[in-house]
Design a protein around this ligand. Structure first.
Ligand SMILES: C[S@@+](CC[C@H](N)C(=O)[O-])C[C@H]1O[C@@H](n2cnc3c(N)ncnc32)[C@H](O)[C@@H]1O
Length: 228
């Protein structure tokens, strides 16, 4: 087995410290942030504790806690076995081993569930390519481990629509990673960047101080107007 095969787009959530690393985030105090495809990540809750005005959106938020937990536990089994089989596809300096990754994902799930109990209005059930927000409602929109990564499930047309929608609601958008699940550069990236630039956005691949999936060490940063 040389591929990490997953049963579709799985709920596998990261912690704030991980988002900080792969999005190279500044201090978010006072920043209006939307995490699209937030899933069972604790980013929203942990960022809010640092003073961010943070929201998360995901179709998963239609589900109750028990079914999210069940789906997460199924994913954890597949992920732990999958990562162990294809260890060479990852750089282990950040996490050490697959057990530590699973531990962090479990912590994120528990923090997410507790935060959603406390702040249900901050978790919006919804799905790209349509976001229920006015233009430029957020200073920063993040999208982690959904676009580009699941490029076999989501086609180029979807990517273009989705990214333009992210850029409509956010003054700045950051997307990570830019590789497909098979570890190759996403075949959608060129068309997405081209469409964004034609629509007048500045879209740049920016290197970040993080690499887990081997070769995934760039994010796509989108801002309004050409800045270089
Ligand atoms: C691998 S998880 C990533 C979770 C989180 N962003 C992180 O990196 O920790 C991918 C998430 O994308 C969500 N998703 C799938 N299709 C989506 C869509 N069309 N719009 C928004 N989110 C979607 C899934 O429900 C899942 O929770």
């Amino acid at each position: 087995m040389s591929e990490l095969k997953l049963p579709g787009i799985v709920p596998w959530g990261r912690r704030l410290s991980e988002y900080q690393a792969f999005f190279d985030l500044p201090d978010l105090a006072g920043v209006r942030v939307l995490d699209v495809g937030g899933g069972p990540s604790s980013f929203r809750g942990e960022a809010a504790q640092t003073g961010a005005h943070a929201f998360a959106l995901d179709p998963l938020y239609h589900e109750d806690d028990a079914s999210i937990r069940d789906e997460f536990l199924r994913t954890r089994r597949v992920m732990q076995e999958g990562m162990a089989h294809v260890q060479h596809r990852f750089v282990w300096s950040h996490y050490g081993d697959e057990r530590r990754v699973a531990e962090l994902r479990t912590q994120a799930l528990e923090l997410f569930l507790a935060d959603r109990q406390k702040h249900p209005a901050r978790y919006l059930p919804g799905a790209l390519p349509m976001l229920p927000f006015a233009d430029q409602s957020f200073d920063l929109v993040t999208c982690s481990h959904l676009l580009f990564l699941y490029g076999d499930e989501l086609d180029t047309h979807f990517h273009i629509e989705a990214v333009q929608e992210l850029a409509r609601v956010g003054r700045e958008v950051r997307i990570f990673p830019l590789l497909n699940l098979d570890g190759r550069p996403s075949s959608h990236l060129f068309a997405v960047i081209d469409a964004l630039r034609q629509a007048g956005f500045c879209a740049q691949e920016v290197s970040v101080p993080f690499e887990f999936q081997r070769g995934a060490n760039h994010m796509l940063k989108i801002t309004r107007g050409w800045s270089g």
